[in-house]
Design a protein around this ligand. Structure first.
Ligand SMILES: [Fe+2]
Length: 189
């Protein structure tokens, strides 16, 4: 992916884009509201979590046969690694887990690895990879055209909305650790 690792993490965290970029799969433009969720900086592990996320999904996974209200829990373990736990249709005792582990090759050039642990009795591994890859390619077009590719941490540069609470927590965390790699710095006038 020709973008910064942070843009990839933020795209993964972003619930608001699901119904437009992944229309009829992970979201429905008629049901685009992002219900308020909570973000936490878990200081013991130094991780960012977003909990109580819920979103209507027409086809939440390869195994889905109907639309569902999917519940998400997001977990940012490090600046370049993020994962989510996602409810499974028909099995409330288990979650799907999907990770994005990013290896920056340069400030705006990354390899992204997506380990997945999915509850699915019928699909082949190939089906599951193809499903995830098709989602990823939809994001790729958007991400590689986003400017700047580097991430601005100045809050006046990209105005957040309530739906961006996880991105706000993530940026605050990066700023607190004084991250400079891949960060967009304002040019001196
Ligand atoms: Fe996406």
């Amino acid at each position: 992916m020709r973008t910064s690792p942070y843009r990839l993490v933020e795209n993964f965290l972003d619930l608001a884009h699901l119904c437009f970029i992944h229309k009829d799969i992970l979201g429905d433009p008629e049901k685009s509201e992002v219900v308020a969720y909570k973000t936490e900086h878990r200081k013991d592990a130094d991780e960012i979590w977003a909990v109580d996320c819920a979103f209507y999904q027409p086809s939440a996974s390869k195994a889905s046969t109907t639309g569902q209200m999917t519940k998400y829990i997001y977990r940012v373990m490090s600046p370049f690694s993020v994962m989510l736990y996602k409810t499974v249709n028909g099995d409330p005792s288990r979650n799907d887990a999907i990770c994005v582990f990013i290896q920056p090759l340069d400030e705006a050039d990354c390899l992204a690895y997506m380990p997945m642990a999915l509850v699915d009795e019928t699909s082949t591994d190939g089906d599951l990879i193809e499903f995830q890859q098709s989602i990823f390619l939809q994001d790729r077009v958007i991400l590689e055209n986003q400017r700047p590719a580097l991430l601005p941490l100045d809050p006046s540069y990209e105005l957040p909305t309530r739906a961006d609470a996880s991105s706000i927590a993530y940026r605050r965390w990066l700023k607190a650790m004084n991250m400079r790699f891949g960060i967009f710095e304002k040019q001196a006038a």
